[in-house]
Design a protein around this ligand. Structure first.
Ligand code: FEO
Length: 170
């Protein structure tokens, strides 16, 4: 069993990870409609990873004999004026998720819950990776994205991203 405060934050996180999956699927749909299929692919894979994150938290709750509460998932309802805006929204969203993971970590520390801290370490690293990857795409967009031929090549590069299941297993 987990401390009530920790379990509540993990249930909230499950909802946030599923929302992240929606958020990125929404962005994938935006790029798909603009025929930037490489960008769409990258975000589609990202959406799959977010669903995996949610399920890892679900599994952790089960392994801790806790009850999973699935809350309603908000509609993303995003509109983007240009191709760069979704990238900026992604970076801001990942910073929000990092803060959310850190809140669980802080609560686990407060409760002397070392097992949850150990579980969360993977997510702490993952958030660092996701922020770095997003920043790299923004940097590359700034360098190449405003030229049609270069944008085509960048799109082709993002088309190469392949889904891989998470390295953490429970
Ligand atoms: Fe599951 Fe992108 O954080």
């Amino acid at each position: 069993m987990l401390k009530k405060e920790v379990a509540e934050l993990i249930n909230r996180q499950i909802n946030r990870e599923f929302y992240s999956s929606y958020f990125y699927l929404d962005i994938a749909n935006f790029y798909e409609n603009k025929s930037l299929k490489g960008f769409a692919n990258w975000f589609r894979v990202q959406a799959q990873e977010e669903r995996d994150h949610a399920l890892l938290f679900v599994d952790y709750m089960h392994n801790s004999s806790e009850t999973v509460h699935l809350y309603a998932i908000d509609a993303p309802n995003q509109t983007f004026p240009d191709f760069k805006e979704p990238l900026l929204a992604t970076f801001a969203h990942e910073q929000f998720v990092t803060g959310s993971i850190n809140e669980i970590y802080a609560e686990a520390m407060k409760q002397n819950d070392f097992r949850t801290q150990q579980f969360l370490n993977w997510f702490v690293n993952e958030q660092g990776e996701e922020e770095k990857n997003t920043q790299e795409i923004i940097d590359r967009y700034d360098l190449f994205g405003y030229d049609a031929k270069s944008l085509y090549l960048l799109d082709a590069e993002l088309a190469a991203r392949i889904y891989a299941p998470p390295t953490l297993t429970l």
